[in-house]
Design a protein around this ligand. Structure first.
Ligand code: ZN
Length: 72
């Protein structure tokens, strides 16, 4: 089974490191770089509180992730 081929074909998915705005823990999130801008809620894997993630992708295909408290 060729798992690497499968992973390479999904090159619009990137792993980013963020910090939880509640507990400060570092978390890995997968980001879909085929979308210019997206916003979604993801629960922290450590403290389980909902974070609002906004992901923007620039013209060099570099993703930026902003993390905020859900209620801000
Ligand atoms: Zn947390």
């Amino acid at each position: 089974m060729e798992l690497t081929d499968e992973l390479n074909s999904m090159d619009s998915l990137k792993w980013m490191v963020i910090s939880c705005p509640y507990c400060g823990e570092r978390l890995d999130v997968s980001v879909d770089c085929s979308v210019d801008y997206q916003q979604y809620i993801e629960d922290c894997q450590v403290c389980c509180r909902p974070m609002e993630l906004s992901v923007s992708v620039d013209e060099h295909n570099e993703a930026r992730v902003n993390v905020r408290h859900e209620n801000e």
